[in-house]
Ligand binder design. Structure first.
Ligand code: ZN
Length: 328
């Protein structure tokens, strides 16, 4: 039988089956309901030993195509094009999710970074709502650990510069980063300038007397079960935090990578917004190397939702592998 005739017979057989099921015609089903539009998630919890770690979605930042060369000064358009394709970032500039993490250790309720605010980036500032959706109140948080004092990591501390969003919390930041953002002598060293300095100071101002500055020392235990992992370069006092419970560990980074797909493939590309780009490269490579070597779970403020995964080696670079979501 010719192949087109066979297809025609199959087609008419399918039509006969449809008729036999008695499915109502479109007109009888009524008009289609409207599409529902975006449905941003708010939180996702996972267990790490005795800890519960909750990822909270704060929002996102949308870059422009023009901004890409400034962000990755070592890139060429030819080299970055396939990486942008891999990251689904072809038509528009680079999309950067913003998140925060809540850790319930059994002894402490800890935020790691706390999102931004619409006054700085219009599409950020949902961390408090996400925290409430996750079943907690800001009053219950006893510690906020900052990776560094950049706006989309720290403005969640205070939305108006006077009110503490976490009224009962102590804020922990490295002495180096605190000095960097508050010492008038440092002002000329901030690449993004006055706007970032003003935002940093506005974020921490209401916590005067409640800020615990800590030495940037590897494995310093800042809260029981939570340890510092120095990652200077992006800012001078930029750190990651390692959570450890029952022999399980997870590293949560701030800005080791803003674009996980691109930067893990090209970890040695300098980042234009880093205070010390060369040092930023060293911290990124060291962190990725450690994660790939140990298979440790990781998360990061700009890691795509829900921000739980692992880093594996991939040729000259690395690859981010999201953790399969486990709901039950
Ligand atoms: Zn940053």
């Amino acid at each position: 039988m010719p192949i087109d005739r066979r297809h025609a017979m199959l087609g008419s057989a399918a039509a006969a089956v449809a008729l036999a099921t008695g499915l109502p015609a479109q007109a009888e089903r009524g008009p289609l309901p409207p599409q529902m539009g975006p449905n941003p998630p708010r939180f996702l919890r996972m267990k790490l030993g005795d800890f519960e770690v909750t990822t909270l979605l704060d929002g996102a930042m949308q870059g422009t195509n023009a901004g890409i060369q400034n962000f990755f000064p070592d890139s060429t358009p030819e080299e970055i094009a396939p990486l942008r394709a891999r990251a689904f970032a072809i038509e528009a500039g680079l999309h950067q999710p913003v998140g925060a993490y809540l850790v319930h250790t059994g002894r402490n309720l800890v935020m790691i970074d706390c999102g931004g605010h619409a006054s700085f980036i219009p599409t950020t500032g949902n961390t408090l709502a996400a925290l409430r959706a996750a079943g907690y109140t800001p009053e219950q948080v006893d510690t906020v650990l900052l990776t560094h004092i950049h706006p989309e990591h720290a403005l969640g501390l205070s939305y108006d510069g006077t009110t503490r969003n976490f009224p009962n919390a102590e804020v922990v930041v490295t002495d180096i980063d605190h000095r960097f953002w508050t010492d008038p002598a440092m002002e000329s060293r901030v690449p993004q300038g006055q706007r970032f300095i003003e935002a940093a100071r506005r974020a921490i101002r209401p916590y005067n007397g409640r800020i615990r500055t800590v030495e940037m020392r590897r494995d310093l235990e800042v809260v029981p079960g939570i340890f510092l992992d120095p990652a200077p370069g992006h800012t001078p006092g930029h750190v990651s935090y390692r959570l450890t419970s029952q022999n399980q560990s997870m590293l949560i980074w701030g800005d080791i990578a803003h674009q996980v797909v691109i930067q893990l493939a090209r970890p040695r590309w300098r980042v234009g917004v880093d205070v010390d780009p060369a040092m930023g490269v060293e911290s990124r490579v060291r962190t990725l190397d450690m994660l790939a070597a140990t298979g440790m779970l990781m998360g990061g403020v700009h890691v795509p939702w829900p921000g739980f995964g692992r880093v594996i080696r991939d040729g000259e670079g690395y690859l981010y592998v999201p953790r399969p979501q486990q709901f039950f």
